[in-house]
Design a protein. Structure first.
Lengths: 306, 266
């Protein structure tokens, strides 16, 4: 078996203010894009900063590329690239100087991908950082994280501030990384974004890992929100039919408009709806909070961590 | 030797260092330029002799002959102002180096590179030392140039010893601020505590000149080891420099130990 990109064993990180991470167990295979998904304050950044030895485990441990995050930190950092969530670049330096500075801190690892990356993202190299927009700073941060062609890149909310075109380029690049056998660990609070780029998704909430699933599986069990408008007077009948379908939850009716959530296969829903005259049918993917609720339902003992 | 942290810090401070050097050089030139008129003014010495002893003590001149070049410089430069310039620069730079970077959020990015926290501390410590040394060299250079012109009649050894004491005083307090900032993660706290220590050291060195029986107090004051005994006139006490260097190394080591053990703020 190849080395895991990241492995957490009973990792607990607590600090004075704010939530940490509690008993995190995580195996991230190499050569994939792993999406670390959770709402703000769930412990994503804490986990990432512990990987880089910026924080220390209170108990348990986390390994990066088979190396201990603390004991082997210099080697871990030599072989990874990192984009912080709050990117604070040296304001007075130009983009070029920032990239040179970063390279100077990585002896023996020339920034051989720099030119290609600068071109891909259209990074601005000749103006001082203080004159750059948030998106342009983020581009520099991405080039910095990738320019030395590390085995693992750790990205904390990488697409914040990027315009859609650059986001597309970013997604293509992550696919290239996988093709090269490189690993990517990326945190996000956006289910949509993670679904687009990741092979596997770990969902965290309140410092605990809820589940790890492939994006396929997530999509299959993926919660959909459906709103069906039926012909006059058929609302009640639609509710009765849908109520018999196991995958349907949160069923509600407002006149002829029936709304519900579907947490599974769609076919039985359509079969049920064929019993009424459907005027309009709208289906959209549930947002992250709704997915969490679905994953949590009956899943987590109540009264814990309140 | 590769020292990317040091290189970056020097690059960042190049301009401010230039202006500090110009300012300090101008101050020294001004003081030296006034010397001939002070020396030749009749009654000047008598006037200074009439100063209360406490005032003379606070000027750092005790019972030195103010009419001599060395005595004049002891009072006007090395008793208070030059140490003050060096210490302010060192404490400001030391407090900002790690704690300031941490507060700006810049430390995360730096320490995500394969550079050890100890190396960051050592390189920033070297920057603080270089800044103090630069001001020391500026003062030395100006005085060496001015010496024959205004006939200060200085001893080269005494001058070097005096400047060394001041530079080491700056290194000690600069490293104190660096260590406090690295240990506490707060630039404001590092500045505040370091400044309080500087003030306490000054008082502990000066008070024994004013009050009988307090002499033991000066032996705990870095300020005394850095400037005590008017070395420009009476000659340096070389082991004072060792005391300062030893204290500085101890403080920096403690700062490294604390910094490598703690979590970084975001």
């Amino acid at each position: 078996m190849t080395t895991l990109a990241v492995r957490a064993e009973q990792l607990t990180v607590s600090y004075r203010h704010g939530r940490g991470v509690v008993g995190l167990e995580l195996d991230v295979p190499g050569g994939e894009v792993f999406g670390f998904l959770g709402p703000n304050g769930a412990g994503k950044t804490t986990t990432i900063r512990t990987m880089l030895d910026l924080l220390r485990p209170t108990s348990g441990r986390i390994e990066v590329l088979g190396l201990d995050s603390h004991a082997d930190t210099i080697e871990v950092r030599a072989r990874t690239g990192y984009l912080p969530g709050d990117l604070a670049l040296p304001e007075r330096l130009t983009g070029q100087e920032v990239l040179d500075w970063s390279a100077s801190l990585r002896p023996g690892r020339p920034p051989r991908r720099r030119d290609e990356l600068v071109e891909r993202f259209g990074a601005e190299l000749h103006r001082p950082v203080r004159q750059l927009s948030r998106g342009n700073r983020q581009k520099l941060g991405l080039v910095m994280a990738f320019q030395h062609d590390p085995e693992l890149v750790v990205l904390d909310e990488p697409t914040s501030g990027l315009d859609p075109l650059v986001q597309d380029e970013f997604q293509r690049m992550l696919r290239d990384q996988v093709a090269q056998g490189r690993s990517t660990f990326l945190s996000s609070h956006s289910l949509d974004e993670v679904q687009r780029v990741a092979d596997r998704v770990g969902i965290v909430r309140e410092g605990r890992l809820v589940t790890v699933e492939t994006v396929e599986a997530l999509r299959e069990r993926g919660l959909r929100r459906v709103t069906a408008t039926v012909a006059d007077g058929q609302g009640e009948r639609a509710v009765a039919l849908l109520g018999a379908v196991a995958a349907v939850t949160e069923l509600g009716r407002d006149g002829d408009v029936v709304s519900f959530a579907v947490g599974g296969a769609f076919a039985p829903v359509l079969a049920a709806l064929s019993g009424v005259e459907v005027v309009d049918l709208l289906s959209r993917s549930a947002d992250l909070d709704e997915v969490f609720l679905a994953l949590y339902r009956g899943d987590v003992p109540t009264g814990e961590r309140r | 030797m590769r020292a990317p942290v040091l290189a970056r810090a020097i690059g960042d401070r190049r301009r401010s260092m230039l202006w500090w050097s110009v300012g300090v050089a101008a101050y020294v030139v001004l003081i030296v330029a006034v010397y001939p008129s002070v020396r030749d003014a009749s009654g000047m010495e008598e006037l200074l002799d009439q100063y209360p002893e406490s005032l003379r003590a606070m000027m750092g001149i005790g019972d030195i002959d103010l009419g001599s070049g060395a005595g004049y410089l002891a009072a006007e430069l090395f008793g208070f102002m030059v140490p003050l310039f060096v210490v302010i620069l060192a404490v400001g730079g030391g407090a900002d180096a790690v704690a300031g970077a941490e507060e700006r959020g810049a430390l995360d990015l730096l320490l995500s590179h394969p550079v050890a926290r100890r190396a960051v501390m050592l390189q920033h410590g070297a920057v603080v030392a270089l800044q103090s040394l630069t001001l020391g060299l500026v003062v030395t250079f100006v005085l060496l140039v001015a010496e024959p012109v205004v006939d200060l009649d200085l001893s080269f050894v005494n001058l070097v010893g005096t400047v060394l004491g001041v530079v080491l005083l700056g290194v000690l307090f600069g490293w104190t601020a660096l260590a406090l900032g690295a240990a506490l993660g707060s630039k404001g706290l590092a500045l505040g505590v370091s400044s309080a220590l500087v003030a306490a050291a000054y008082v502990a060195a000066t008070l024994p000149e004013l009050v009988d029986g307090l002499e033991p107090l000066r032996w705990v004051s870095p300020y005394w080891y850095g400037t005590g005994g008017t070395p420009i006139a009476s000659g340096p006490t070389w082991w004072y420099a060792l005391v300062l260097a030893g204290a500085a190394v101890t403080v920096l080591a403690a700062g490294i130990a604390a910094f490598t053990r703690r979590d970084l703020a975001r």
